[in-house]
Design a protein around this ligand. Structure first.
Ligand code: NI
Length: 190
């Protein structure tokens, strides 16, 4: 089932998400709905807070970028209870977009390498090092479960320039071809 994606300004995007255990209700169904929702919106990652669930769960399949980034080829992963233990290296800027902020993209600086521990969909433990493009996608999704959005990482000057666009997104005054929940939508008074 395709779930609606919450837009910028929604309070769930601002919560630090909680770890879950195996008993989390309908987890397999939620994961499969998140895949379906992500693919339908042409995303390469989706975090549970974006479908209005404040839990530490995100999914990534960036293989549409296999030409530019061959390491994405067989990388289709579910991250549960993820915790980044370490980020290293000199910060690198790369363009990022987000399904909760349709129509926007910004260059975001992040450290290029990370060490992350997480559980997969079978609750098997992993502790892995990533760098480059995959690290970037993981950092973006990881931000979501920490209540952070990429626009928090731009300069206050850039954010000021984007203020009107951000307001339009929260108000639902945008064209978007997937279902969304807009926090500030209201009936237009004439
Ligand atoms: Ni995002």
């Amino acid at each position: 089932m395709i779930l609606p994606i919450v837009a910028y300004g929604h309070p769930t995007l601002r919560m630090v998400a909680e770890d879950i255990d195996r008993d989390y209700p309908n987890l397999n169904e939620l994961i499969s709905d998140m895949w379906e929702t992500m693919y339908a919106a042409n995303g390469i990652g989706l975090a549970a807070p974006q479908v209005n669930k404040s839990i530490r769960l995100f999914v990534i399949d960036a293989s549409v970028y296999v030409e530019e980034h061959p390491e994405t080829k067989d990388f289709k992963k579910v991250f549960i209870n993820a915790h980044i233990e370490e980020e290293t290296g000199e910060e690198v800027a790369m363009s990022e977009g987000c399904l909760s902020l349709p129509g926007l993209s910004e260059d975001i600086s992040r450290k290029p390498k990370l060490l992350i521990r997480y559980l997969d969909e079978h609750f098997a433990e992993h502790r892995e090092v990533y760098d480059g493009f995959l690290a970037r996608v993981i950092q973006h999704e990881y931000d979501h479960i920490e209540g952070v959005l990429y626009v928090d990482r731009i300069s206050s000057f850039r954010r000021m320039l984007l203020k009107g666009k951000l307001r339009d997104i929260s108000n639902g005054d945008i064209d978007v071809d997937y279902r969304m929940i807009f926090p500030n939508i209201r009936r237009k008074v004439r």
